[in-house]
Design a protein around this ligand. Structure first.
Ligand SMILES: NC(=O)c1ccc[n+]([C@@H]2O[C@H](COP(=O)([O-])OP(=O)(O)OC[C@H]3O[C@@H](n4cnc5c(N)ncnc54)[C@H](O)[C@@H]3O)[C@@H](O)[C@H]2O)c1
Length: 317
């Protein structure tokens, strides 16, 4: 495959790059380093090309497609840094997605995979959230990502939009796991938001990606998750346990107004469509992440939630 990965210098993008390089495919990465890291772009390899730029820049995107002639696109570039900067979110998440789908149509791309946030569901009526639930995003990130997703699905390319649970794996620098790890190790106080999330191991995500990339595989919208909710307090306890620290009586605080109490996605439709199922359990996933941080450290902690900048213990849905 000739795979163009937008946001390839980010967490998921760099894991996907590594995964598909190890399978022998050709990779072209687009990134503007808004939240990605230059050192995550593999250097000096014949099978990797890189272009620094903005997915919303039509001329730049057109040049990348013309240079590389991709057969497959994985669209992971997304803006979320400042919840009050609606324009930047719309620029990348809406206009950027439009530029990518337009170029994919013009250049005869075979499959387009969009990475979508579970925040598209807003405050759900039902948990686990079925893939048929209405989309009701209420944050700048959620709204712009949902508009981008709809444009992508409107194109003529075979498109899959994956609505992702919290994917956990190497280089994850966002959400409760790296936050608790960093703070507990530094002897700092923590608290837990009273929320529930669905944590999916990177290995399970990559196994699904392999099925999604196959020509002729199903298209449309799919939840990607374990279907099992874990509280942020359970994450806190697991991290404290791993670090052999007495976690003590950690305060539990209600979710902020831009947060969602429970984000657990029902994966049953995806399981039937792709014959896939999450295999790695929660304890193993957390342990894998913490072992990775021991070896490599935590690079930076970003969040799209307003409260996060002050409180640093909320979760990334
Ligand atoms: N990690 C998760 O658990 C998770 C969950 C739900 C959805 N997602 C989605 O998966 C995708 C990847 O997320 P991630 O966790 O790897 O985040 P990330 O911030 O590590 O990666 C996003 C990448 O996009 C790049 N980028 C941002 N704006 C850009 C622009 N205008 N042009 C080019 N590149 C740009 C950033 O520099 C970064 O490298 C995103 O679309 C996100 O919405 C991730």
């Amino acid at each position: 495959m000739r795979i163009l990965i937008t946001g390839g210098a980010g967490c998921l993008g760099s894991n996907l790059t590594e995964h598909y390089l190890s399978q022998g495919h050709q990779i072209f990465i687009i990134d503007n380093f808004a939240t990605g890291h230059r050192e995550l772009v593999p250097q000096g390899m014949d099978r990797v090309q890189f272009a620094e730029g903005d997915v919303a820049d039509r001329a730049f995107v057109e040049q990348c497609f013309a240079d590389f002639s991709p057969s497959h696109i994985i669209h992971g570039a997304a803006a979320y840094l400042d919840p009050d900067d609606w324009e930047s979110d719309a620029q990348t998440n809406v206009l950027g997605s439009i530029e990518i789908v337009r170029a994919a149509q013009i250049h005869g791309v075979k499959r387009l995979i969009n990475l979508q946030t579970a925040l598209c569901y807003g405050q759900p009526d039902q948990v686990p959230i079925p893939v048929t639930a209405p989309t009701r995003p209420f944050t700048s990130y959620g709204i712009s990502k949902t508009a981008g997703e709809q444009f992508m699905l409107m194109g003529s390319v075979a498109t899959v939009s994956l609505r992702l649970a919290n994917i956990c794996g190497p280089r994850l620098a966002i959400g409760p796991i790296p936050t608790f790890y960093t703070r507990l190790k530094a002897g700092k106080d923590c608290f837990c938001s009273d929320t529930i999330r669905d944590f999916l191991d990177m290995k399970d995500f990559l196994a699904l990606m392999d099925l999604v990339m196959l020509e002729g595989a199903p298209t449309g919208i799919f939840n990607v998750s374990t279907g099992e909710g874990k509280s942020i307090k359970q994450v806190y306890d697991a991290v404290a346990d791993y670090l052999q620290i007495d976690g003590g009586d950690v305060p539990i605080v209600p979710p902020g107004t831009d947060d969602v109490k429970s984000v657990v996605l029902d994966p049953s439709f995806t399981e039937t469509a792709f014959g896939w199922r999450a295999k790695v359990d929660f304890e193993e996933t957390i342990r894998g992440m913490l072992t990775w941080y021991d070896a490599h450290g935590v690079s930076a902690i970003h969040s799209h939630l307003k409260a996060h900048q002050n409180l640093m213990s909320r979760s990334f849905p």
